[in-house]
Design a protein around this ligand. Structure first.
Ligand SMILES: *Cc1c(COP(=O)(O)O)cnc(C)c1O
Length: 358
């Protein structure tokens, strides 16, 4: 069953802005978009060529490449300004303000709550237990859902805990939510997890959506390129309500460069280094007398509980190292989230925490 019946009803007849680049026409002389006819590159300015023209709303070459890398069909992939834009548009597409709700767990990525609040959707979060390694019981998450639940969000690996939720758990949630809500699996860090993406499940479950991004493993946070992978009907709906030109020309070029076969091989080598470093830092921190717990992580960061996170944070800052303080979040007292850096950066972190501040 299509999930479109659960989208905001007024969007069924919603017509997108008819931009010039959506018309489907192309010609040698383009006088259809009120662009400047002068390419600044040809005018001697040190910028990329072709920037006088609006970009394609969804460049077919990048769409095809991302689909190939993610193992999906281009018709099931929408590219946005980072996955943040896809989260925002899904909330807008499905949630009636003041009526519908979104279900997730805590702790997790803060943008879900903010996006829901901006759309006027109620946000319900199941508190996971840090002492129980943030284990997720599907029936408890489902117990928060009702007839007005439109989105259920599972971040896996989860930010900030690093916990992986996948396989049978995702399938069980998707089955129980079939025809009712979109199960959105945010896989911003899945490249570090060594598991198959949940997008492989979309063939069997029409209500699964998956978020992927070039911001983390692909080292392109500054380019703002993220993808939503979902059934064609959902992709079509998001395309209709999106901004006319979400993707800057320069970002599209950089993304294509980052996804060529040779670069992908080197990206994988860096991912492998990062995973080794994550395990090394985790092992070393676990031996520190100042550390109470290091949670297992499937991402490129570690959640660490210190005896005194404030002292640790300040010791690191004094050594010129910035980490993220989570100690004020419910259930995360004395916790810091530490992104894994290059080997020498991780050495500096471990040395600073050992009290060896230079
Ligand atoms: C970093 C991150 C993203 C990536 O967002 P972009 O907008 O693609 O940069 C998405 N989800 C989570 C949980 C993240 O931590």
């Amino acid at each position: 069953m299509s999930l479109l019946a659960r989208a905001r009803p007024e969007l069924a007849a919603f017509k997108p802005y008819a931009s010039a680049r959506r018309s489907g026409f192309d010609a040698r002389i383009r006088l259809d978009a009120n662009e400047s006819p002068w390419d600044l590159r040809e005018e001697g300015v040190d910028v990329d060529a072709g920037l006088n023209r609006y970009p394609s709303p969804q460049p077919s070459q990048l769409r095809a490449r991302l689909a190939a890398v993610y193992g999906t069909d281009p018709a099931r992939l929408w590219i946005g300004r980072g996955s943040d834009e896809a989260i925002d548009l899904l909330l807008r597409a499905f949630c009636r303000a003041g009526r519908d709700n979104v279900v997730a767990f805590a702790p997790t990525f803060g943008m879900y709550r903010i996006g829901a609040a901006l759309q006027g959707a109620d946000y319900r979060a199941l508190a996971l237990d840090a002492d129980d390694d943030f284990v997720l019981a599907p029936e408890k998450l489902l117990a928060l859902c009702d007839d007005d639940t439109k989105l259920v969000i599972v971040c896996s690996p989860n930010n900030p805990s690093g916990t992986l939720y996948h396989g049978r758990l995702i399938e069980e949630l998707a089955t129980k939510l079939a025809g009712r809500a979109l199960l959105l699996v945010d896989e911003a860090y899945v490249e570090f997890a060594g598991v198959q993406s949940a997008s492989a499940l979309i063939e069997r479950h029409a209500n699964i959506g998956v978020l992927r991004t070039l911001s983390k493993a692909h080292a392109l946070a500054g380019e703002r390129i993220g993808s939503l992978i979902a059934r064609e009907d959902i992709i079509e709906l998001i395309g209709r309500i999106a901004a006319p030109y979400p993707l800057p020309t320069l970002s599209v070029r950089a993304a294509l460069a980052a996804l060529d076969a040779n670069t992908l091989i080197r990206t994988q080598a860096r991912i492998d280094i990062l995973i080794d470093e994550r395990e090394r830092v985790a092992r070393t921190l676990a031996l520190s007398p100042f550390v109470r717990k290091v949670w297992p992580s499937a991402a490129n960061f570690l959640l660490v509980r210190f005896d005194d996170s404030r002292a640790a944070f300040e010791r690191l800052l004094a050594a010129g190292i910035l980490v993220r303080d989570f100690s004020t979040q419910a259930g995360l007292a004395n916790c810091l989230r530490i992104t894994i850096g290059k080997p020498d950066e991780n050495d500096a972190l471990l040395a600073a925490l050992a009290g060896d501040v230079r």
